[in-house]
Design a protein around this ligand. Structure first.
Ligand code: KG4
Ligand code: ZN
Length: 337
C-alpha cells in the first residue's frame, strides 16, 4: 500500500440517480445520491428529463461527496465513472464531467461497467469468498453472475425479455402506483396473502429468465376482474402484490438454486435494485440456512444505484492499472467483459 491513500472519486449517472462517492483505500468515505422525483408522475424514467436533472445535480452532488469525505479535489487519485450500460444522455453527463475533472486534475480516468459494479457492491463492507455467485436484479437486468475474482466475472444467464425490476414496475403501473413501483409492491406484499392468486412461472432453459409472461398474465387477470368489479385492484391490492412478488421471487430463486447446485458454490449473494426487496432478502436467507450457503446481501443504499459501487470497482481497476484514456465514450448497451 503506497504511503498516500488511494482516493477514488466515483460518479454514477446511468439512469435516474445522480450519485458521487469518495472511496479511500477501498473504504467508503462518502456516498451522495440525488434521486430524481420528476419521473414519478410519468410511470417510468423519461430519458431527456433524466439527463437535464443530471446536469443540474452533478456539481452539487460531487461537491457534497467531497465535503462529506473531508477530501480536497487535489487529493483525488483517480476518477471513476459509469461508462455503460444505461440511458445514453444520462451516461454522457457523468462521462463528460468525469473526463473534465480527471483532465483538470491530471489524474487517471477509470471506466466502469454498471452491472459489474452492482456485483462488487458486496465488497464494500463484506469479503465474499471466490468463486462467488451473484444474482443481479435491477430495473434493466436480471443476471446470474459467476465471479472468479474481483474483475473476472461471467454472466451465466440472463433475462431474454423484461428484467425483474421492470416486471415489478409494470405491474405497479397496472395497479395505478407511481414509478418506481417495486418498493410499493414490496410494502403492500408484506400485508397480503402470497398464495391467494396464482400466476404462471416461466420455464426457461439453463440460467435464462423471462418476465414478460407474468406481466401479461397480471394484465389479463386485472382486465377480467375489473369487468366484474371495477374496484377489484384497489380492494385486493395487498394480495395481488403479495402473489406477484411471490411468483417473481420463486422464479429468481429457482435459477439461483440450480446454479448453486450445478456449480457447487456456497458463497452466494444478491445485488441490484430488486435485492432491496424484503421478500427476496428473506427467501435467500432461508435458502442459505437450508442449503448451507454463506449468504451476502448488501445494505439498502448499496443495492439501488449508487456511486460507492462504482468507486469500489474503480479501486480494484486502479490497482490493476486498468485505466481509460480520454477518447473513451459511454455506450447505452455494453457486452460484458
Ligand atoms: O439497480 P437499480 O437502482 O437501477 C437499475 O440499474 O435499474 O434498480 C431499480 C429497480 C426498479 O425496477 C425498482 O422498482 C426496483 O429496482 N426496486 C425494487 C425494490 N426497490 C427497488 N423492487 C422490488 N422491491 C423493492 N423493495
Ligand atoms: Zn443499477
Amino acid at each position: 500500500m503506497p504511503s498516500n491513500p488511494i482516493n477514488i472519486l466515483a460518479i454514477e449517472s446511468s439512469c435516474d440517480e445522480t450519485s458521487a462517492a469518495v472511496i479511500q483505500n477501498g473504504k467508503v468515505l462518502s456516498n451522495t445520491i440525488a434521486t430524481q422525483k420528476v419521473h414519478e408522475r410519468y410511470g417510468g424514467v423519461v430519458p431527456e428529463l433524466a439527463s437535464r436533472a443530471h446536469m443540474q445535480n452533478i456539481v452539487p452532488v460531487v461537491d457534497a461527496a467531497l465535503n462529506d469525505a473531508g477530501v480536497n479535489k487535489e487529493e483525488i487519485t483517480a476518477v471513476a465513472f459509469t461508462q455503460a450500460p444505461g440511458l445514453i444522455g444520462s451516461l454522457l453527463v457523468g462521462a463528460c464531467f468525469a473526463k473534465a475533472f480527471a483532465q483538470a486534475l491530471n489524474v487517471p480516468l477509470i471506466a466502469v461497467h454498471h452491472m459489474q459494479a452492482h456485483v462488487l457492491a458486496h465488497f464494500i463492507e463484506d469479503k465474499p469468498e471466490f468463486p462467488f455467485l451473484c444474482l443481479t436484479v435491477s430495473g434493466g437486468h436480471t443476471q446470474i453472475v459467476l465471479c472468479r475474482d474481483y474483475l473476472d466475472m461471467e454472466v451465466l444467464g440472463e433475462t431474454i425479455d423484461d428484467a425483474a425490476g421492470e416486471a415489478f414496475d409494470k405491474v405497479a403501473k397496472m395497479l395505478g402506483l407511481p414509478y418506481p413501483g417495486g418498493p410499493l409492491i414490496d410494502k403492500y406484499a408484506a400485508l397480503g396473502d402470497p398464495l391467494r392468486f396464482k400466476f404462471p412461472m416461466s420455464e426457461m432453459k439453463d440460467y435464462e429468465f423471462s418476465f414478460s409472461g407474468i406481466k401479461t398474465s397480471v394484465l389479463y387477470f386485472l382486465q377480467a376482474q375489473r369487468k366484474i368489479d371495477p374496484d377489484f385492484a384497489e380492494k385486493n391490492i395487498k394480495d395481488i402484490c403479495a402473489s406477484v412478488q411471490h411468483t417473481i421471487i420463486n422464479m429468481l430463486m429457482a435459477k439461483l438454486r440450480k446454479a448453486a447446485k450445478e456449480l457447487n458454490i456456497k458463497h452466494i449473494g444478491i445485488a441490484g435494485g430488486v435485492s432491496a426487496n424484503s421478500g427476496l432478502r428473506r427467501a435467500i436467507k432461508e435458502e442459505g440456512v437450508k442449503s448451507g450457503w454463506q449468504v451476502y446481501i448488501p445494505r439498502f443504499e448499496y443495492c439501488t444505484d449508487n456511486a460507492a459501487m462504482i468507486g469500489i470497482t474503480g479501486h480494484y481497476k486502479f490497482l490493476k492499472g486498468d485505466c481509460a484514456d480520454m477518447s473513451v465514450t459511454p455506450t447505452a448497451r455494453a457486452t460484458w467483459h
